[in-house]
Ligand binder design. Structure first.
Ligand SMILES: [Cu+2]
Length: 280
């Protein structure tokens, strides 16, 4: 498992827009944060020569990172450019008619979701049209960061959405990834510096398997479930059920190459494995 020798699709910057979130903005209640999200059916190459007929938000699986600060008004214009009915269901607190469950958006239709972004934390969004298992597994999900009024300390920030792909339609996953491509971060290790604060927004949107996990080699991290509250766990392994998420903070003690992967070894060997390259 030497990074450059591990097969992965694409170039070293292909996933930057998914992995490196837009910057946090300072607290300013009432500010409007606008996003455009379009459901698109796309054939995505998730491993060399392996194509998955995905249903996407904005053409990628996971969809775009949506970020707001607590107290912002989040306005998301959703257009359904796919051939099936879809919605966007955000986790968090909002009115029932903004919940993306009852107002199904048909092909060619549009709906604008608008609500105050709260509570602060790390959330997810996903389609909530039936059958739910299929709409999520096909790829309609993404990361939703709500920054706290009191900003988090400056850090190198990375979003990781754990998922799986059932490429033969038998109801179980054949490939596992973070941010949509198997072994991507093994081929293109994530470069960080020794001593800098690294913050990972980690979410689990894997269908079929109830639990996914994150294990870091040779280092420990702090873990804040859901990115809320004052309770932090100090560990090198955490697990998340479907829809769970949290914030990890790592300060690497040593330079070098460090592996991270699902501690379900099957997931790791089917693509959910990568490296941090720690410089300095
Ligand atoms: Cu859907």
């Amino acid at each position: 498992m030497i990074g450059d020798a591990v097969p992965a699709v694409g170039g070293p910057n292909d996933l930057d827009a998914l992995a490196y979130p837009p910057e946090a903005l300072p607290y300013q209640p009432g500010r409007v944060r606008e996003y455009s999200v379009t459901a698109l059916d796309r054939e995505l190459e998730i491993a060399p020569g392996v194509f998955f007929p995905a249903w996407t938000y904005n053409g990628t699986v996971p969809g775009p990172v949506i970020r707001a600060t607590e107290g912002d008004i989040l306005r998301v214009r959703f257009v359904n450019g796919g051939v099936h009915p879809h919605t966007i269901h955000f986790h968090g607190i909002h009115p029932s008619n903004m919940d993306g469950v009852f107002e199904i958006v048909g092909t060619g239709d549009a709906l604008t979701y608008e609500f105050e972004a709260k509570p602060a934390g790390f959330h997810v969004y996903h389609c909530h049209a039936a059958p739910l298992k299929k709409h999520i597994h096909k790829g309609l999900y993404g990361a939703f960061i709500v920054d706290p009024e009191e900003p988090r300390p400056a850090a190198r920030e990375i979003v990781m959405v754990m998922n799986g792909f059932d490429t033969d339609g038998d109801g179980s996953n054949n490939f596992y990834t973070v941010n949509g491509r198997s072994f991507y971060y093994a081929r293109y290790p994530i470069r960080v510096r020794r001593g800098e604060l690294v913050r990972i927004y980690l979410a689990n949107l894997t269908e079929f398997d109830l639990v996914n996990s994150f294990h870091l080699h040779a280092e420990f991290f702090r873990y804040q479930p859901t990115g809320t509250g004052d309770v932090w766990e100090y560990t090198d392994t955490i697990m998340q059920c479907q829809g769970q998420r949290g914030v990890l903070e790592i300060t690497f003690s040593n330079p070098g190459r460090f592996m991270f992967h699902a501690h379900q070894t099957e997931f790791a060997e089917l693509g959910w494995m990568g490296f941090f390259e720690v410089e300095g």
